[in-house]
Design a protein around this ligand. Structure first.
Ligand code: F6R
Length: 579
């Protein structure tokens, strides 16, 4: 959820920590903290606000010391403090037994300064360190006592040459440089310095100095693991000339849908064979990835005649009665770190199912715990709202189904051209955003294959513009929601030519008769639409990609009109690594 970074450098570490924090800003936060150790003092600065503002106010980059840790997080208060404590930590996750541990530590004389579960980790390590006099041993002993999910990095007052880290059910990565090494929750925190990465496994502990990285299991036994090179280019991280990452990522889609289509043929064939050979097929995901999962289900059933259940990741356990050794579970995720999803696949694994996944972040926990993974290849998605990862998921899902039925999937060039054409709707969409920015409600409707896109349009609108939005099957309107339609209510009708076109058009007429402003997204204009957003005519399987683009732009431009920050919507985090 939050971003954490630790670094041991051979010169001042604070500027590197700050740069890393800015890279993980997209994960969502309302405050940040930095701690460095120098001359036997751990100096901690934490404050609410944006990193740039905190830096201006407290001059974080001038903190001395070559070893330090930092985090972005929600709801931290405070200013600058010189700490005489022996240990400081940054933590991602939730410690379930912190009240119990706090009680025990208080009884031993520890004084707590906050109500956070994280502070317990620092006191626990400190208590163990007093006995063991060894940072690694202390980290292991402390980690063994923690229940819940965690990824943390620890800084020691009297061992300024190192940091330690540990993880359980929350991601922790090691960045291996030449003169500096890192521990971080996200590869983007250190990618400017090194692309050599080690993904720490669950219940492992690491010790990092500026020249060495040592990994241990929970019994203190050394673990050998070589770094892998992460392919995300540094260039991908700049906003270029765009005002926001979200806009840049929306505009990248002509390129990213093509790179997503470039799958290793053998791997794709193996993936397809596993689905073909399964007794039952389940799909699971959260948020936007769930909407892509609904599209995959539609195509598997309609085109490949393979029955498929699709379940929200957070609901999977309650609906996994029929998952067994003959099942295949397909998990979709941009981050590969969504806690609900990881819990779902672990549950499925326990029942003997094979896990297939579609993931953007190579090396993520989902990718590592899957039997087989197809990567989305759309590059880092920094904007909190999923955009290019959704369209990448749709084209990879299409590849899978097209291979199952033995049909060709069309050339990348043609797909890129159509996506480009869909993007040319931007001036119309921008005007619509300006006209409806003050509305309190938005509705999105579609039928069949277009219904999940209506859900996705509403989700984008909610998270970026903060306007209440509902996506629904067009057929459902008359079962209740029609009562909410009044003069001027904007309703987006997703309705390209095809078998559902006529029925959806008649729903649009019903809406118009009740005063709605109907915003039609289609390859076919109609008088019923108050506004018409034209998308190119395409075969059905590609329509969700073309429909999603104006919907992403509409949410983006409404957010901009309302002066929201589209890259960092309030209360949201890019990777939801807690339940
Ligand atoms: C919506 C959004 C979220 C994610 C969801 C799943 O724009 O970004 O709804 O789609 O949290 O995340 P991943 O795909 O990383 O598992």
């Amino acid at each position: 959820m939050c971003g954490i970074i630790g670094c041991v450098n051979d010169e001042a570490v604070a500027p590197i920590l700050l740069q890393g924090l800015k890279r993980v800003e997209y994960r969502g936060y309302d405050s940040a903290g930095v701690a460095t150790v120098s001359e036997s003092v751990i100096r901690v600065t934490k404050a609410a606000g944006r990193i740039d503002d905190i830096e201006r106010k407290y001059g974080l980059s001038t903190l001395t010391g070559t070893t330090g840790i930092a985090h972005t997080r929600w709801a931290t208060h405070g200013g600058v403090t010189d700490r005489r404590e022996r240990v400081a930590i940054v933590h991602n996750g939730i410690i379930e037994n912190y009240l119990e541990l706090k009680k025990q530590l208080r009884a031993k004389g520890h004084i707590f300064k906050s109500e956070t579960d994280s502070e317990v980790i620092a006191h626990l390590i400190e208590a163990e360190y007093r006995q063991a006099k060894d940072p690694v041993k202390a980290t292991i002993l402390a980690a063994k006592k923690l229940k819940g999910q965690y990824a943390f990095a620890a800084l020691f007052q009297d061992a300024p040459e190192l940091i330690t880290g540990a993880r359980k059910d929350a991601p922790l990565l090691i960045g291996v440089g030449d003169t500096k090494n890192f521990i971080a929750s996200d590869v983007l925190a250190f990618i400017e310095h090194t692309d050599r990465t080690i993904f720490l496994d669950n219940q492992e502990v690491v010790k990092v100095t500026n020249r060495s990285v040592e990994i241990f299991d929970m019994n203190g036994r050394p673990v050998r693991r070589k770094p892998t090179q992460v392919a995300w280019e540094l260039a991908d991280l700049s906003k270029m000339d765009y005002a926001h990452y979200t806009l840049k990522e929306i505009h990248e889609q002509p390129k990213t849908v093509v790179s997503a289509m470039m799958q290793n043929e053998e791997k794709l064939a193996e993936f397809v064979e596993k689905i073909r050979g399964a007794r039952s097929v389940f799909v699971t995901a959260a948020g936007t990835s769930y909407h892509a999962g609904l599209l995959l289900k539609y195509r598997l059933e309609r085109d490949a005649a393979i029955r498929c259940e699709v379940t929200l990741a957070g609901e999977f356990r309650e609906h996994s009665e029929f998952v067994d050794g003959g099942s295949v579970v397909i998990a979709l995720s941009q981050s590969g770190e969504t806690a609900d999803l990881l819990e779902a696949i672990r549950e499925a694994k326990k029942k003997g199912a094979k896990i297939l996944s579609l993931v953007n972040a190579a090396g993520s926990t989902l990718a590592r715990e899957s039997d087989l993974t197809l990567l989305l290849n759309c590059g880092p998605e920094v904007g909190v709202a999923a955009t290019k990862s959704f369209t990448a998921q749709v084209v990879v899902a299409n590849l899978i189904v097209d291979n199952l039925v033995g049909s060709g999937n069309g050339g990348g060039e043609e797909v890129a051209r159509m996506v480009e054409e869909a993007l040319s709707s931007e001036p119309t969409v921008k005007e619509i955003a300006r006209m409806y920015r003050e509305r309190s409600d938005f509705y999105f409707i579609g039928r069949g294959y277009h219904y999940p896109v209506a859900l996705e349009g509403a989700l984008k609108m909610k998270e970026l513009s903060y306007i209440h939005a509902e996506g629904m099957a067009a057929s459902e309107l008359k079962h209740g929601t029609l009562a909410l339609i009044e003069e001027g209510t904007p309703v987006v009708v997703i309705n390209p030519r095809g078998e559902t076109h006529a029925d959806t058009l008649s729903n649009a007429e019903e809406l118009k008769a009740r005063g709605a402003r109907v915003i039609g997204i289609s390859d076919e204009p109609s008088e019923v639409y108050t506004h018409f957003i034209k998308i190119p005519r395409a075969k059905e399987s590609l329509t969700p990609v073309l429909e999603a683009i104006p919907l992403q732009l509409m949410a983006y431009w409404t957010a901009v009109e309302k002066r929201n920050d589209p890259d960092y919507p309030r209360n949201l985090a890019k990777s939801v690594t807690v339940k």
